[in-house]
Structures are given as structure tokens and as C-alpha cells.
Design a protein around this ligand. Structure first.
Ligand code: COA
Length: 182
């Protein structure tokens, strides 16, 4: 099935939030690590500040840009949100529907960002240490920054973002240096 990509707009915010939540649940719930689905309750994604963050991410501006991938029936199959942080471009969210992974959609979305900001920029992201996406990012030219200590999310209040307090929920920083062709 063909896939097309369009720039996100504020109208996409609700499906964007639901899609990201669903994907995070599928990616991170892991009984062996004692990470259950309750960590991904909708309340944590729809509280005021997190919703405002998603709205900002899907609203094109000098700083923010997001893209949505859909199949030819219009079904949402992927999202990417990125932010120009001046010294680098931060990939904030990247998710492809489980049943559409390994079909090139993640790469297509990343190429939108690489084309928009260009190959002479540095790109950065955080990835949870047990996420197989690490190998995807390596394929696209990213490498783990070994000098950065584990990134934790426990600065969020426990009642607001409980997964941030889970001992297994820590991330690597990865960088893609300027000059790598898309
Ligand atoms: C990570 C993710 C976005 C990749 O998207 P995708 O559409 O499946 O990736 P693509 O099909 O475009 O793959 C591009 C390349 O990466 C490789 N790749 C993709 N997923 C991989 C994996 N899990 N392990 C190893 N390689 C992988 C592909 O084989 C392909 O390599 P090639 O072009 O050299 O053949 C997708 O798996 C996903 O949404 N995961 C769940 C959410 C998530 O973890 N997001 C990242 C949060 S930081």
C-alpha cells in the first residue's frame, strides 16, 4: 500500500497524541522489566502541559516542524516531530505503526527532517536504552554519545509522569554529525 507524507497542522493534534501514546505503550511495556500498561494511561498524555507541548510540536513555526505519514486510505501510519534548537535539530518524536514497520516509513519521515533543515546541521535525539530503534538510528548515521551519562526523566513529578521514575526508563543521547548524505 502506498504511503504519502504531509506536514502536520494543529488539526492533527488529537490523532498525534493518541498515536504516540499507543506506540509508546507497544514499545516500552515489558513485563520482564516490570513496565506495565498503566504507565501509559491517557491522563499522562492529555494533561495540560503535555497537550500544549504536542500542540506546539504539530504547529509549524521557525522552531517546530512535524510530518504525518498516511496510507492511501488516509490512515495514519507514522509521525515525526522535530525542533530546531539552534546548535542542532532535536528529533522529539518518531513513531511508525507496528504493522507498518520495516517498510521504509521511518526513513521517509527522517528524510523529511533532513531535507527541511539540510545535511549541514547536527541532529540529536534521546532513545531508551532497550529500544531496538537504536539500530534504526545507527542505519541513518546516528551514533551513541558515550560521554553522556544515562538520561533520566525523574525531574517530572511522579503523579504526572510515573514512567520517568522507573529505574529501567533511562536513555542514551545519539548524534548525527553534519555532512552525512540523507
Ligand atoms: C524506530 C522506527 C520508527 C523505525 O521505523 P521503520 O519504518 O520500521 O524503519 P525503516 O523501515 O524506515 O528502516 C530503515 C532502516 O533501519 C533498519 N531498522 C528498522 N528497524 C530496525 C530494528 N528494530 N532493528 C534493526 N534495524 C532496523 C531497517 O532494516 C532499515 O535498514 P536498511 O534501509 O539498511 O534496510 C519504528 O520501529 C517504530 O516506530 N518503533 C516504535 C516507536 C519507537 O521506538 N520510536 C523511537 C523512539 S526514540
Amino acid at each position: 500500500m502506498a504511503v504519502y507524507i504531509h506536514e502536520a497542522t494543529p488539526m492533527d493534534v488529537d490523532p498525534f497524541i493518541d498515536f504516540v501514546r499507543d506506540s509508546m505503550m507497544r514499545t516500552y511495556v515489558d513485563p520482564e522489566r516490570d513496565i506495565g500498561p498503566a504507565y501509559f494511561d491517557p491522563q499522562y498524555f492529555n494533561n495540560e502541559s503535555r497537550r500544549a507541548g504536542s500542540e506546539r510540536q504539530v504547529t509549524p513555526s521557525d522552531i517546530n516542524r512535524a510530518w504525518i505519514a498516511r496510507d492511501d486510505g488516509g490512515v495514519l501510519v507514522g509521525v515525526l516531530a522535530a525542533e530546531d534548537q539552534k546548535d542542532h535539530v532535536e528529533i522529539i518524536k518518531l513513531h511508525v505503526a507496528r504493522d507498518r514497520q520495516r517498510q521504509g516509513i521511518g526513513r521517509l519521515l527522517m528524510n523529511e527532517a533532513f531535507t527541511w533543515w539540510g545535511n549541514n546541521r547536527r541532529y540529536g535525539l534521546e532513545v531508551i536504552h532497550f529500544n531496538p530503534a537504536i539500530d534504526f538510528y545507527r542505519r541513518l548515521g546516528f551514533a551513541i554519545d558515550q560521554s553522556v551519562p544515562p538520561i533520566r526523566y525523574d525531574h517530572y513529578p511522579q503523579e504526572d509522569w510515573p514512567i520517568g521514575h522507573h529505574p529501567e526508563f533511562w536513555a542514551y543521547r545519539m548524534w548525527r554529525e553534519p555532512g552525512i548524505p540523507a
